[in-house]
Write a protein that binds this ligand. Structure first.
Ligand code: PEP
Length: 257
């Protein structure tokens, strides 16, 4: 049985004060949440990590960064290392988000280095994969996802694979209000699970958690979560408000498979 995992990607929103306020609001809402049924992760901007970590002390809510660099330290102006985010209180890092691939030159090769660096520092990578609209319309979805997985995870130790999280995020569904249908999500999640089985065996494939991301809202989380290979969600826009994010988490925690 795979435990549901819901992560909120706050992107480049929220000042430190606003981030503390949002984290406090969620902490209050999640006071009675059944954390045995769901893992919850908040991913604020780098600037707010330490303060949000402080708010989350003695809660079961996890903390993640939205990116990392692959070196431990050095002359890499503007970058942040896995050790630094760990020091700030993180257990997770989003790696290879489509916005980073699209706007900041992230490639499967850099994603691969970041995954290895994260794992080396004990950070759990949330690895984003997914096709854009053009690729979907050209029937290249499976090919793109296969490349993201095979090249992104190349050389990663099999023993580490089951511990990382894959987020299937069709780019055409991110921030557009256009969610993949539960059938579309399930189809790609199943493809990913089968690919992982081929590459790493049945155990890894059975245990790895695959989130769906792309305009997840309180209104569609249940139908998505009911699909057998959807193990959670990576939520952008709807994670920026206490009401919508707590509704998504609570509903997801109630889905029994
Ligand atoms: C995301 O940022 O990963 C995302 C899925 O965004 P949204 O939920 O806003 O589509």
């Amino acid at each position: 049985m795979r435990k549901t995992i819901i992560a909120g990607n706050w992107k480049m929103y929220k000042t430190i004060t606003e981030a503390i306020e949002l984290a406090n609001g969620l902490k209050r809402e999640f006071f009675k949440l059944d954390f045995a049924a769901v893992d919850v992760v908040l991913c604020p901007a780098f600037t707010a990590l330490s303060e949000v970590a402080e708010v989350l002390t003695e809660t079961e809510i996890g903390l993640g960064a939205q990116d990392i660099y692959w070196q431990e330290e050095g002359a890499f102006t503007g970058e942040v290392s896995p050790l630094m985010i760990k020091d700030a209180g993180c257990q997770y890092a989003i790696i290879g988000h489509s916005e980073r691939r699209q706007f900041f030159g992230e490639s499967n090769e850099t994603v691969n280095k970041k995954i290895k660096a994260a794992l080396k520092s004990g950070i759990i990578p949330i690895v984003c994969v997914g096709e854009n609209l053009q690729e979907r319309e050209a029937n290249k979805t499976f090919k793109v996802v296969e490349d993201h997985i095979n090249n992104g995870l190349a050389g990663v130790d099999v023993s580490d694979i089951a511990n990382l999280i894959i987020a299937y995020e069709p780019v055409w569904a991110i921030g557009t209000g256009k969610t993949a249908t539960p059938d579309q999500a399930q189809e790609v999640h199943k493809f990913i699970r089968d690919l992982l089985k081929k590459n790493y065996g049945q155990d890894v494939s059975d245990n790895i958690r695959i989130q769906y991301g792309g305009s997840v809202k309180p209104e569609n989380i249940m139908q998505l979560m009911e699909r057998p290979d959807v193990d959670g969600a990576l939520v952008g826009g709807a994670s920026l408000k206490v009401d919508s994010f707590s509704a998504i988490v609570t509903k997801a925690s109630e889905v029994v498979k």
